[in-house]
Each structure stands twice: as structure tokens, then as C-alpha cells.
Ligand binder design. Structure first.
Ligand code: SF4
Length: 435
């Protein structure tokens, strides 16, 4: 079977999306392509965001390939599944441009994982995959869409039959540990000049995203990973290193580990220390001992993003951080990391009850020691987060609209990362045919 896999041309105007707008490698689509090819299928990977293509150009490329199935993602790569743009106008715009020329249409991403019915209807696609998608997409192709009910035997799918929603199972968690090293086209790597979350130096060569582990053993209240990338798994070190060595051979000088929580792993750090490459991570600083922070810096880490969230123990407990360190200990650990890592960021969240003057004083204190702490950002209660379920229960067909309205109503100012006033979800999706 011919399968096209598409990262659409992201457009964040008037979105609440506060993630990075630069292109990042679509790991989930590449894993799916690798699994499909291993089973004898032909694939076409289209990254309209990286290539600067319009939806029409991406759709024409897919149509020329003549696939029996086209997969489109509803989030700008796995890196941002936990904080995706809530609106579906971009994947819908691509599917409209495709206009039936790509065979069966399949959506993967956080939207269909949490709310399959509305995602099917807003996108007008044939199927959605719930949860981590690569293995399910490969299984779907194996059915060949032969018998009318061939989809029923594939788990973690949703589709409509005679108008009724059919859900074949709960969101999928992939095995992950044995995913083979990804190989990217030289042309894509050459175009990937972005060094994600790097601020110490200008790019000196291409960057790339990689994944050494997936998921996280914690359940912070704001973290949208209930339906995907939840349980912690570590990829086989040999496979990760083979992928990294391939990237270095293609000229990559900077890696960003998209791992939800880059936990201390001495063999990986020791292996990175022997390679000429820099890298960035997101982690929890309370889980790193000083000697391992020193090894992290020696291994080439140039960027740490550490979730501190609240400056009070009560605030961190309210967010279910399960953090055993005091605020002073967290500050000490960040400052220690900064001795060998040139950019260290403490992430703060706008938590009711945190005193703005204390936050400002703490930020100033850390800044004097070279650690950057952001202006606390508001929380978006994503449907796949514990916060959403604590507020409203299991996500229903209005989940995204409810979360969006709550977010817009809660704050009268927005993070400085958001350039424009975000619009209500219905307005964002109205122009594209989602509504
Ligand atoms: S530690 Fe990070 S990845 Fe883990 S649940 Fe908390 S916010 Fe999410």
C-alpha cells in the first residue's frame, strides 16, 4: 500500500499556542514510515512546515504520489503534543486542499486521542488514531482496507459507521523501546537550521530532534499526557546512539531531546561526551545530583529547561508535582547546573496564591547567578490533563471549547510569547470549514 504522511503548514495566528514556531522533525510520522516500509509498504513523508509549502503544494505532492491512505498530524510534531494548538484549522486546511485525492484520510495527534468524535467531524477525515500513532498506522495499512469491517480489528481507532461513532479502543501506548534509528533526507537536515531552545550561541550547523525516552512517571496536574506519551519508557541506548551518529554524519551539531523528562542516564551522557555535538533537554532539576549535573554539562548540554512551576511548597503540592526539594534547594541545583551548562531556565506557571513580589525577587536572584526564570505563564487546561478532568470530568464533545473559554476568561494578560490576542476556538475554526 502507498501511504502519505503529512506535517501540514502550521499557522499560529491568534492561537493560544505558546510553543516554538520553528519547524521540528516530525518524529511520529518518520517512525510510522519506518514501520510501514519494514512491512513492504511505500511511503511519502511530506513536511510542509519545514519545506515552506502551502497546503495546496503539500496536497498536490500527496496527490501525485497516489496513496491509498494519507495520515495528517494535528500537532506540530511529538514535541508539542502536550501543548498543541487547540484549533484544527491547519490540518483541516490541508485535507480541504487534498480534496479526496489521498485515499483514506487518517488524523493522528492529541485532539483525536482525547476527543475522537469532534475531531472526526471537524476534520471530515475517515479515521482518527487515539494515542501514540506509529504502530497503529502500520497496523491499519496491514488491513489493506479490504473487508468493510477490517478497521474493527485495529485498536485505538475511531470512525463513523452509518453516522454512529465507533471507537475500537482506548488510546495506544507504543512499545517505543525498540524503535529503529531514524534516517532523514539530507535536504531536510540541511534546511533544519533551528536549534530548539538554544540561546547560548548562534547555530553552527543543522539541528535535529531525537527521542531517548518517552513519557514520565509523574502526573503533574497541568500536564496533558493522560492519552499519550504517559508511562515512562527508555529507548535502547544502541538505537539512540546509532540515530545520533547518523545525524552527526549528516552535519548536525545540535540535538534537542524531546523526552518529556530527560532523566539522568549515565551511559547516555558518557556516550554523548565522546561525540562532537551539543544538546538541549527538558527535565526536573530536583532529580539531578550535583555530580550528574557536572556530567550533563561535560557531555555537551547547552540548554536545560526545568519545570519549577510554583515557588511555594504548597503551590507545587497543589500542582501535584511530588517534589521533595525545598525552593532553596531547587535554586541551588539550578545555579549548580549553570556552572557547566550555558543556558538554564526555570519554568514558572501562574499559580493563584503565588505572591508576585516574591516571584519577581526570586527571578532577580536567579538571574544574578545566570539562571533565567520566565514570567509565570497561565495554564491551559488541555483535555488530556488531570486539571481538565478535575474541573469537568472526562472530556466530552465540547471539551476543547470549554477549556479554551476557561483559559481566555481566566487571564486578562497573556504570556509575552503570544504575539496577538488569542481568539475563541469557534472563531479560529470558523474560517476553515471545521464549523
Ligand atoms: S514532570 Fe514534567 S513531564 Fe512529568 S508530569 Fe510533570 S510536567 Fe509532565
Amino acid at each position: 500500500m502507498r501511504v502519505a504522511l503529512v506535517n501540514p503548514p502550521w499557522d499560529y495566528r491568534n492561537s493560544i499556542y505558546f510553543g516554538c514556531r520553528a519547524p521540528h522533525l516530525p518524529l511520529e510520522l518518520a517512525y510510522a514510515a519506518a514501520l510501514l516500509e519494514a512491512r513492504g509498504h511505500e511511503t511519502l513523508l511530506v513536511d510542509a512546515h519545514l519545506d515552506g509549502w502551502s497546503a495546496a503544494q503539500a496536497a498536490d505532492a500527496v496527490a501525485a504520489f497516489g496513496p491509498a491512505m494519507t495520515v495528517v498530524t494535528t500537532a506540530p510534531t511529538y514535541l508539542f503534543w502536550r501543548c498543541a494548538p487547540p484549533e484544527l484549522r491547519v490540518p483541516r486546511g490541508f485535507l480541504d486542499a487534498l480534496a479526496g485525492r489521498g485515499g483514506r484520510t487518517v488524523a493522528v495527534g492529541p485532539h483525536g486521542s482525547a476527543t475522537p468524535g469532534p475531531t472526526l467531524d471537524k476534520l471530515g477525515c475517515d479515521l482518527v488514531v487515539r494515542g501514540e500513532c506509529e504502530e497503529i498506522v502500520a497496523r491499519l495499512a496491514e488491513t489493506g482496507f479490504g473487508a468493510a469491517d477490517s478497521r474493527d480489528g485495529v485498536p485505538a481507532l475511531a470512525f463513523r459507521r452509518d453516522g454512529a461513532l465507533v471507537v475500537t479502543g482506548s488510546p495506544h501506548a507504543g512499545r517505543f523501546t525498540d524503535l529503529a534509528p531514524l534516517r532523514w533526507p539530507d535536504r531536510w537536515i540541511a534546511r533544519h537550521t533551528h536549534h530548539h531552545h538554544r540561546f547560548d550561541a548562534a547555530p553552527d550547523g543543522p539541528g535535529a530532534e531525537v527521542e531517548a525516552s518517552r513519557g514520565c512517571p509523574y502526573t503533574c496536574s497541568f500536564c496533558a499526557k493522560i492519552d499519550f506519551r504517559d508511562a515512562y519508557r527508555r529507548r535502547d541506548l544502541d538505537l539512540v546512539l546509532a540515530e545520533i551518529d547518523g545525524l552527526i554524519a549528516q552535519g548536525v551539531t545540535y540535538l534537542y531531546f524531546i523526552d518529556e523528562i530527560f532523566l539522568p542516564q549515565k551511559p547516555l551522557l558518557e556516550a554523548l561526551a565522546t561525540r562532537d555535538v551539543r544538546f538541549g533537554i527538558q527535565t526536573r532539576i530536583d532529580l539531578w545530583k550535583p555530580d550528574l549535573l557536572d556530567l550533563l554539562g561535560a557531555a555537551g548540554c547547552v540548554s536545560i529547561e526545568a519545570g519549577i512551576e510554583s515557588l511555594t511548597e504548597a503551590g507545587r503540592a497543589a500542582l501535584d508535582k511530588k517534589c521533595r526539594a525545598t525552593t532553596d534547594e531547587l535554586a541551588e541545583r539550578l545555579i549548580h547546573a549553570r556552572r557547566s551548562v550555558p543556558f538554564v531556565q526555570a519554568n514558572l506557571i501562574a499559580v493563584a496564591g503565588d505572591d508576585p513580589d516574591s516571584v519577581a525577587a526570586w527571578r532577580d536572584r536567579l538571574r544574578r547567578d545566570g539562571v533565567w526564570a520566565n514570567d509565570p505563564v497561565p495554564l491551559y487546561p488541555y483535555p488530556s490533563s488531570p486539571d481538565y478532568r478535575r474541573l469537568w470530568g472526562e472530556p466530552d464533545d465540547e471539551a476543547w471549547e470549554r477549556a479554551h473559554a476557561h483559559y481566555l476568561g481566566q487571564f486578562d494578560r497573556f504570556s509575552d510569547i503570544q504575539e496577538e490576542r488569542p481568539l475563541p476556538l469557534r472563531e479560529l475554526e470558523a474560517a476553515c470549514g471545521c464549523r
